[in-house]
Design a protein around this ligand. Sequence first.
Ligand SMILES: Nc1ncnc2c1ncn2[C@@H]1O[C@H](COP(=O)(O)OP(=O)(O)OP(=O)(O)O)[C@@H](O)[C@H]1O
Ligand SMILES: [Mg+2]
Length: 287
Amino acid sequence: MGYLMKGHLSHDGEIVIKASDLSVSRGSTIVLDDINLTIRQGDFVGLVGPNGSGKTTLLMAILGLLNPTSGNVEIFGQDSKRMKHNGRVAWVSQAASNLPKNIRITVRELISLGVLTSKTMLPFFKNKKNIREQVENALELVGLKDVADVDIYSLSGGQRQRAVIGRALVSNAEILVFDEPLVGVDRDSRNSLLKLLDDLCHTQNKTLLMVSHDLAAIRQSAHRVIYLDLIQLNDCCRGGIQYDGPPSEFPDLLSLATLRGIRNVHEPEHIIISLKEGNSEPKVEEE
Ligand SMILES: Nc1ncnc2c1ncn2[C@@H]1O[C@H](COP(=O)(O)OP(=O)(O)OP(=O)(O)O)[C@@H](O)[C@H]1O
Ligand SMILES: [Mg+2]
């Protein structure tokens, strides 16, 4: 299925994520249908869409945590189901800051977990000083230096969220996959976090795939927006990418409402949308 709307993107980075003819079911429902997607090194991709549109499902399929019904995903050219990421991909899940209550751990300790690998845990591993520096650097980046020795349960929800982001940043992964990292984060922290993520893409060529409900934040920070939605086509509902392009060409609110089939309750004549498979543009019709 082709996208309903596609903006213009210019790239020359190496392809780091490639989904080909990807379909994924949850239970008996096909959530994602025939997704084709390439993400290049240095991209900052914002993934948006209504609740239940399959954003988390797409991230989990990309990470190889869910089996596709058909198609496949490659990360760095290897099937994501089979590849060992070797720390090249870091993931902050949607519920990452809901840490188990029976574990008492400080912010610094939590962030340090991000650098733990089978290699760094060896007693004779030489670069322990480097690791300490990396952790201090991550504490600084996420603005939690002042509370580094505080138990994470004494923190606000937003601070806890920043701590789990710090754990992902310290890992030095090349691809960062964040599911709703901005939830509960106050305005100032959100702005500095988005600036930090943008810098990581520009200066360190990191690739970022970030789900957020905060469309304004995505528009202001991501280089590319992917909009997922379930759309009624003939008799069935199909989930997939409905827009893929730069934030500047992302549909305005009215076009988006129209695309989603949301009627304007204030108007006597409601508008509806007719979507035919293969159409490149949504077609608005009078009812
Ligand atoms: N474990 C599961 N078993 C069965 N169905 C599931 C499961 N997890 C999710 N689903 C269904 O799959 C669809 C997509 O869910 P998903 O969590 O990917 O959406 P989302 O876009 O991330 O939503 P949200 O914005 O609420 O996080 C939904 O209809 C959801 O009910
Ligand atoms: Mg989700």
